[in-house]
Design a protein around this ligand. Structure first.
Ligand SMILES: *Cc1c(COP(=O)(O)O)cnc(C)c1O
Length: 358
């Protein structure tokens, strides 16, 4: 059994996909071809935002907006410690300081911890609170109903890390539409993946959009050889856009399948082990289906037994970000109780739209 069965998905879309890729090859527009423009239009409409910019990866989709905010060394951006490394890394790369926030049993940013950390930073007076980066971990929207008012109260920007969340909704509103700007990833294993690296940025703010568009191509001004700021090469390849366009056609059906599979898992497992939270407001994109063992020892036993039955499992994430070597050495020695507990308990089981009941 596969953890994520991309081969099975390819069989499903092979014909249309091969045609679309062939079209790009015939056009010779490997960079910024018409598929890029078409994809940006379709993605913006899909999430319900004014503007979309495709880019080279999910990490770049975080770095580009953070660069647009001109972060200084003393600028704090609040980010959960229980996420993929790129969430915090992008803040450091863009010149700011990640401040780690604990999570709760939804796996997402804890509102209590967020306010505690903002207050702590203000009281210490060394860093200046600038932004919040909630993460839609495993596909479930963070608690934007509570996060946005906190951001407004303290005058902070909100950048949504929807790398795992694309396709998920909060009361019908799509991930990728929350906060000032959102980032997603088309890494092959994400809910909507391409066949290499890719990502996209969403916003309703035209000024921010224009600035990010410039940063995406070396800080370009009126033309490519006029450089008005420091940027990067952050473009997505046209061939990858052809892949995402093709997969978008079947994406909603796939999301429905993911939801059915998650419900099936939960129904069978909820009396045995802690299953992921589901409620009426949230419709997860189910990037991962993540269970919680009692402790590290029980998790080891369960994972070994599943392996014996040829069922792959993964641990997302074994080490919270503030405990990663690089951040530990930078003096992050705080205790974030829930992150640490989850790192010892969680494991994810196979999740993709082509799992059968058997
Ligand atoms: C995958 C991921 C990223 C980075 O995306 P890439 O396309 O791999 O660069 C960022 N944040 C989270 C939460 C992710 O899961």
């Amino acid at each position: 059994m596969e953890f994520i069965d991309l081969g099975r998905q390819y069989d499903e879309i092979k014909e249309q996909l091969n045609l679309k890729i062939q079209k790009v090859l015939n056009s010779h527009h490997y960079i910024m071809g018409e598929e890029i423009i078409e994809l940006e239009k379709r993605l913006a409409k899909y999430v319900g935002r004014e503007f979309c910019l495709t880019c080279g990866s999910g990490t770049e989709a975080l770095i580009i907006p953070l660069m647009a905010y001109d972060l200084k060394e003393s600028d704090a951006v609040f980010v959960p410690a229980f996420t993929f490394f790129a969430s915090a890394e992008s803040i450091s790369l863009a010149g700011g300081k990640p401040v780690f926030v604990d999570v709760d049993d939804t796996f997402n940013m804890s509102i209590t911890s967020l306010e505690e950390q903002i207050e702590r930073v203000l009281k210490e007076g060394k860093l200046v609170p600038k932004g919040i980066m909630p993460v839609d971990l495993f596909g479930r929207s963070a608690d934007y109903d509570k996060i946005i008012p906190i951001a407004e109260k303290y005058g902070l920007f909100v950048i949504e890390d929807a790398a795992q969340g694309f396709g998920g909704t909060l009361r019908g509103k799509k991930n990728g539409s929350f906060g000032d700007v959102s980032a997603t990833s088309f890494f092959p294993a994400k809910p909507l993946g391409c066949y290499g690296d890719g990502g996209a940025i969403f916003t309703d703010d035209i000024e921010l959009y224009n600035k990010m568009k410039s940063i995406r191509v070396h800080g370009s001004g009126t033309n490519r050889y006029d450089n008005v700021r420091i940027g990067i090469n952050g473009r997505m390849d046209t061939i990858q856009a052809a892949v995402v366009l093709t997969k978008l056609d079947i994406f909603d059906d796939e999301l429905k399948r993911r939801q059915e599979i998650a419900e099936m898992y939960s129904k069978e497992l909820e009396n045995t082990i802690v299953v992921p939270r589901m409620d009426e407001d949230h419709c997860s994109a189910w990037a991962q289906y993540t269970l919680r063992a009692k402790d590290e020892k029980q998790r080891e036993v369960i994972m070994a037994e599943l392996k014996r039955k040829d069922i792959p499992t993964m641990i997302y994430y074994p080490k919270p970000l503030h405990k990663q070597t690089v951040y530990k050495e930078m003096g992050y020695d705080q205790e974030l109780e829930c992150c640490q507990k989850l790192a010892e308990q969680v494991f994810s089981v196979p999740m993709h739209p082509y799992i059968t009941k058997d």
